[in-house]
Ligand binder design. Structure first.
Ligand code: ADP
Ligand code: ZN
Ligand code: MG
Length: 487
């Protein structure tokens, strides 16, 4: 019988920090500029050029470390990570090694949390371009605009236990980094990049197995697929009695497979040593406190507050607080304008979202019907002035014309018939016009009641308050019982 295996995954995530300028020079960090237009002696690594640490980059890194509940280190050290690559003109990358900016921390997952090992600061490399130039057959071009872009590397503990959990972790991390304004979340442009380490071990064994590091997985879906492939590949090797090689593998989204890139053993000696051109990075308590003061509410905290403060279900709180862009401020503004939380939540997830999607938009801030206008409409529904189905028509008109809900209801005479005499007259007319169903109801076949209520609603052109109509109809059907039999 084959042994069963447990999956072990740890992620290393590189996050470009949203600063105006690079980490050690004044060049701009703008993406998409003409190649080699944002470069200087420092980021080109010319001899004699000296790095100066960008305070804004440290502030961004601190912000991320605080949001992820790390312990910020009062003193951290930059180090040279030496390796040769054409996109690394200095021959080394300035990074942090044994004394990183932050230790520990956690990422909240859909179920539970995952512990972080550390967050350190470093500079990005340039880019090698092998394709896309008319004259590039056989040539590689180098663009150093990205060289020196500030990064943080976020390292998780090997505590993730499935491909889906790893994808959840990456996605939750992205959400937090974007929410606190330190990253633009753009994985296609490489602003956020993920390397996934994965190994298997027999269930019950404490020691970890040999791991593969999978590079080049820059979407949640690809991360999950690459890990699923890799888990099955390793399982195949282990079940047939083989050994998994400790190596770096490259994900190929075209084939849906990973392929060996280099063996880890031979690639691993970076000869780290402290960067002599930079002083120790000293972060005092006052700096940490000032960063903390500007921290917005984080997604997970907001979801918890929505459940507490508005009595929303976990599902609704998650959708409004996290998943629909722009929904949280929209929802809270609607409630401040008098909407009930539950009705506002339903309308935002229903009509507002549907119309926005039809219009090709995503973010609630693009809705032509604003939160106060929506509140006016949902209040008409909650106070039974219009039914939900009439309100949907009103909403469509609001969307197109920008007119307020009350004004549309008044102009089109859409207010529900709530006054009892008018309803009673409608109910009598329906009873008179439907002797068959009425007789059935009175003989105990109460299933016909729904049909009769429907007839009252129809006679009112949808404007009867359904609950009131049904009460009055039932009263008259039951009261008329004896009368009907004596006829
Ligand atoms: P390396 O020395 O290869 O850089 P580290 O111990 O620094 O490895 O860990 C790098 C990443 O790999 C971390 O995210 C860590 O959680 C993860 N990791 C370490 N060992 C394993 C393992 N056996 N299986 C899966 N992931 C692992
Ligand atoms: Zn520069
Ligand atoms: Mg390591």
């Amino acid at each position: 019988m084959p042994a069963s295996f447990e999956t072990v995954i740890g992620l290393e995530i590189h996050c470009q920090l949203l600063t105006e300028t690079k980490i050690f020079c004044g060049c701009r960090t703008a993406f998409g500029a003409a190649p080699n237009t944002h470069v200087c002696p420092v980021c080109l690594g010319l001899p004699g050029a000296l790095p100066v640490l960008n305070r804004q980059a440290v502030a961004c890194a601190l912000r991320a470390a605080l949001a992820l509940e790390c312990e910020i280190q009062p003193v951290s050290i930059f180090a040279r990570k030496n390796y040769f690559y054409p996109d690394l003109p200095k021959g080394y990358q300035i990074s942090q090694y044994d004394r990183p900016l932050a230790l520990g921390g956690r990422v909240p997952l859909s179920h539970g949390t995952v512990a972080l090992t550390r967050i350190h600061m470093e500079e990005d490399a340039g880019k090698s371009l092998h394709h896309g130039f008319p004259d590039s057959a056989g040539h590689t071009y180098l663009d150093f605009n990205r060289a020196g872009t500030p990064l943080i590397e976020i390292v998780t503990e090997p505590d993730l236990r499935s491909a889906a959990e790893a994808a959840d972790c990456f996605s939750r991390l992205r959400e937090i980094l974007v929410a606190i304004g330190v990253n633009d979340g753009n994985m296609e442009e490489g602003s956020l990049r993920c390397d996934a380490n994965v190994s298997l071990r027999p269930v019950g064994q404490a020691a970890y197995g040999a791991k593969a590091e999978v590079k080049n997985v820059n979407s949640f879906r690809f991360l999950e697929k690459a890990l699923e492939f890799e888990i099955e590949r390793q399982r195949g090797i282990l079940e047939s009695g083989g050994r998994v090689a400790q190596e770096t593998r490259l994900w190929d989204s075209a084939t849906g497979t990973t392929e060996s890139m280099r063996s880890k053993e031979e690639a691993n000696d970076y000869r780290y040593f402290p960067e002599p051109d930079l002083p120790a990075l000293v972060v005092d308590a006052a700096w940490v406190a000032s960063v903390r003061e500007t921290m917005p509410e984080l997604p997970a905290a907001r979801v918890a507050r929505f459940i507490r403060e508005y009595a929303l279900s976990e599902y609704d709180a998650d959708v409004l607080g996290r998943l629909i862009p722009g929904a949280a401020p929209y929802f809270e503004a609607a409630v401040r304008s008098g909407a009930s939380a539950k009705t506002a939540s339903n309308w935002i997830q229903g009509e507002v979202r549907r119309r926005l999607k039809d219009a090709g938009a995503d973010d609630l801030s693009a809705s032509p019907v604003g939160p106060a206008q929506l509140a006016e409409l949902t209040t008409l529904v909650d106070t039974n002035i219009v039914s939900t189905s009439v309100a949907k028509d009103v909403f469509d008109e609001m969307w197109v014309t920008g007119t307020g809900a009350r004004a549309i209801v008044d102009a089109r005479g859409l207010a529900q018939i709530g006054d009892l005499e008018a309803l009673a007259a409608l109910a009598d007319a329906v009873i008179a016009a439907n002797p068959g169903p009425v007789a059935q109801y009175r003989s105990g076949k109460t299933q016909t009641f729904g049909f009769l209520v429907g007839a009252v609603m129809k006679a009112s052109k949808g404007k009867a308050n359904p609950a009131a109509a049904s009460n009055i109809l039932r009263g008259r059907l039951d009261a008329g019982q004896g009368h009907s039999e004596s006829e």
